[in-house]
Write a protein that binds this ligand. Structure first.
Ligand SMILES: Nc1nc2c(c(=O)[nH]1)N[C@H]1C(S)=C(S)[C@@H](COP(=O)(O)O)O[C@H]1N2
Ligand SMILES: [Mo]
Length: 539
């Protein structure tokens, strides 16, 4: 019973501390949430291979999994602190102080954090330590009942037994010790007090949790509302019309567009408060608000975005109609120093993304985008403003929630993923994918089907797509014309399968004549290569 009370005390104390800290953060400094700060720090510190593994195996569930992991670890440590504090209350205080410090350190090192951001974690640690001390005092009560000698010998308690109470809170009555094996003993007053306090603290923690949820929901709602109120300008240069006959799924719906970022919680930026600072190696540093940005010339383009972490045949690629302001115009206003070979974009989540200045100025449609498929950017895709660089992997040119553009050099600065070993310059590799039939589909032999998919050689363009069935010759697929070389193409090939198992393979040729390589490469450090190959059966 004692033992259980100790574990329970540790858990309740941690719950109370976290609840208090999260509530304070939600009310005053959402960025300083102890749990989310620790989670973000863990993400930043996770070695690349582990991160790769997490993205590969858990996909977008990687973040909920991380939070669950933090919760389990916290619970285990907190439960262990209970028995430790029973032996020596100081252990409980020190243990939770360490938790609080870890949270505070994580919170204060988040991008844009200030010294006050330690407050929620400090509160969490203090509340947990105080709760644990009180609960232990309550249930140890007269931990050394009359008649029993105190074991002040310095020898530790034997396993399964309890050490001497080092505190006499004077609250509990009763003998405490008896009834440890449960059965017949009636609930003693001291125990009742402990249980009542534990229940009250737990209820308080649940209430605080509810309050936190409400406050967070309110913050999201208010950004949702400001997003709904954003009026996108009509593009000065509309996107070229899609070639006739383009299937609707050429464009990826916003809700289906892949999402890849390190942000544990989606940054919520009030568009009225958004500012973009262009600075560094420029003649005229510029600061713009959203209204000022949207008064500039706007263009609309179909662009395909893809992630360097996309495996061969993987899903992290999408195409949308983006509305934005050409980056070149803004850089011209700022007057870029010719020595500044790197443009570093910073997001509100602290992400940094470095792009060669030469690339964003070479005439391609690099832009600061505000619209995606006719809507303001969804929160998950960078609201209110993100950068896009056609032809480069997302981590190398497409910063979401952008707040800063700094002109610097590659020699002077490594952006987030470059620091973690990924390539500094990252043109997206030519890729092709079979979407239909799906792998392992059972087809009907003798009945015609259409093999179809997408292929991209971004900013170079696709010249052709070929499909190989079993070990037959490479056959040219029909390639539907794209609106520009900055998007994927859709392709198709009719086929009537013979009975049996079949292997389908696809490869693309870009407009320079280069054939997509079959050499398998992992996403790290500069993008996967290899031919997408699937198996199907016909019966
Ligand atoms: N601020 C910020 N921008 C970011 C990222 C990020 O983690 N934070 N991830 C990048 C990566 S790796 C990719 S592939 C694209 C994905 O954009 P999407 O989520 O809109 O598809 O955003 C890029 N921009
Ligand atoms: Mo990415």
């Amino acid at each position: 019973m004692r033992r259980r009370s100790d574990l329970l005390s540790g858990l309740i104390a941690a719950g109370a501390g976290v609840a208090a800290g999260e509530l304070l953060a939600a009310a005053a400094r959402p960025g300083a949430s102890p749990v989310l700060s620790v989670g973000a720090a863990v993400i930043d510190a996770t070695p690349t291979p582990v991160k790769e593994f997490a993205v590969r195996t858990a996909g977008t569930a990687d973040k909920p999994l991380l939070l669950a992991g933090i919760a389990v670890l916290t619970a285990l440590l907190a439960a262990a602190l209970g028995p430790a504090a029973h032996r020596r209350p100081l252990w409980g205080v020190l243990g939770f102080a360490a938790f609080g410090l870890a949270g505070a350190a994580a919170a204060v090192t988040r991008p844009g954090a200030g010294p006050v951001d330690v407050a929620p974690s400090v509160l969490a640690g203090a509340a947990a330590a105080a709760t644990l001390t009180a609960l232990i005092a309550l249930h140890t009560g007269n931990g050394s009942p009359a008649g029993e000698p105190r074991l002040d010998t310095g020898a530790g308690p034997r396993a399964g037994e309890h050490g001497p109470a080092t505190q006499e809170p004077g609250l509990a009555t009763g003998t405490g010790r008896r009834g440890a094996d449960g059965a017949a003993a009636p609930v003693e007053p001291g125990r009742r007090r402990f249980l009542a306090t534990a229940a009250a603290v737990s209820a308080g923690a649940v209430l605080a949790g509810g309050g936190t949820t409400l406050l967070r929901r309110r913050a999201t709602t208010s950004v949702d509302e400001s997003r709904a109120a954003v009026r996108l300008p009509a593009p000065a240069e509309p996107a070229p019309p899609l070639p006739p006959g383009t299937p609707p799924d050429f464009v990826t719906a916003n809700a289906d567009f892949y999402r890849v970022d390190t942000a544990l919680t989606v940054p919520r930026i009030d568009p009225a408060e958004w500012r973009l600072r262009i600075h560094g190696m420029v003649r005229n540093p510029v600061t713009l608000d959203l209204g000022e940005l949207l008064r500039r010339r706007t263009v609309e383009r179909f662009l395909t975005l893809t992630c360097v972490s996309n495996e061969v045949g993987g899903p992290y690629t999408g195409t949308a109609r983006w509305l934005g302001v050409p980056l070149r115009d803004l850089l011209d206003e700022a007057g870029v120093d010719p020595g500044a070979d790197q443009l570093v974009a910073r997001g509100a989540d602290g992400m940094t993304i470095g792009t060669p200045t030469r690339v964003v100025r070479d005439g391609r449609d690099a832009m600061l985008a505000v619209g995606m498929n006719g809507e303001p950017l969804p929160l998950t895709h960078g609201f209110p403003v993100r950068m896009l660089t056609p032809g480069l992997y997302g981590y190398a040119g497409s910063c979401k929630w952008i707040t800063e553009l700094e002109l610097t050099t590659f020699a002077a600065y490594d952006a987030y993923w470059v620091e973690r070993g990924w390539a500094a310059e990252a043109p997206a590799r030519t890729a092709s994918r079979i979407d239909r039939p799906a792998p392992f589909t059972r087809l009907e032999s003798g009945t015609g089907v259409t093999i179809s998919g997408v292929a991209w050689a971004l900013h170079t363009g696709i010249a052709g797509v070929q499909v190989q069935i079993d070990d037959g010759p490479w056959q040219a697929a029909t390639v539907l014309p794209p609106p520009s070389d900055d998007t994927w193409v859709q392709w198709r090939l009719p086929w009537t399968p013979a009975p049996g198992g079949h292997t389908l393979r696809v490869r693309a040729t870009d407009r320079t004549g280069a054939v997509q390589t079959d050499a398998r490469a992992t996403p790290f450090p500069s993008g996967a290569t290899g031919w997408h190959t699937i198996s199907v059966t016909a019966t």
